[in-house]
Design a protein around this ligand. Sequence first.
Ligand code: URA
Length: 237
Amino acid sequence: MSKLSLDRILQSQGFGTRKYCRALIEDGDVSINGDIQDSYKTTVETDGLVLEVFGEEWKYRQHVYIALYKPANFECSRKPSHHPGVLTLLPEQFTWRDVQPVGRLDHDTTGMLLMSDDGPFIHAQSSPKRHIPKIYQASTHDPVTPELVDQLLSGVQLHDEPAPLAALSCVQRGDNLLEIVLEQGKYHQVKRMLAAAGNHCSALHRSAIGGLTLESLGLAEGEWCFLEQAQLDLLVP
Ligand code: URA
């Protein structure tokens, strides 16, 4: 249980600066259970709180955990250079509350991207010690061969890695399609592993992280949803 003043609550939810949030409240744009709250000093219990801002409901969340179905041609970097950033796919509140991608997908990779404003969560999920399996569908330029699958399973040497990296699982799903499960999250790992094994990745999609699949979330490309505790539990290895 924790009580906070209304201006702090609005600011924590990403509605803007403290000054702007105070103005919203004083202008009568914020209600709770249908009652306009026009004093920013009012303290409110945050547990289970649902605000109405400009008539729209907003559930208070101390932190947000989001899954985005990333389309191609969006960048995960904080300062995107060639394509729009993934944050442009989310409501503006999330930029204000410093939501960030958990790890990265390349600009041309599609699929599940986790995002959050919970620093320790981001850190834990991105940690190489965590060994969270990630499932990728990789289209290949040259047809898949049993030798390619064997090589990816037994390990390929990448230039800047001390030891060969192996897929946890690798299954042929089509003439030019592989399903690869990796538990590391090295830079361009799938593409570099395929290149090191003598093929080329022509398209890449991430369909699952841990036990959480994109399909189970029912998201279309470009859509996002909040993740609740039961879904977050599936991310633990
Ligand atoms: N491996 C890659 O090569 N690219 C990605 O975006 C993710 C994994």
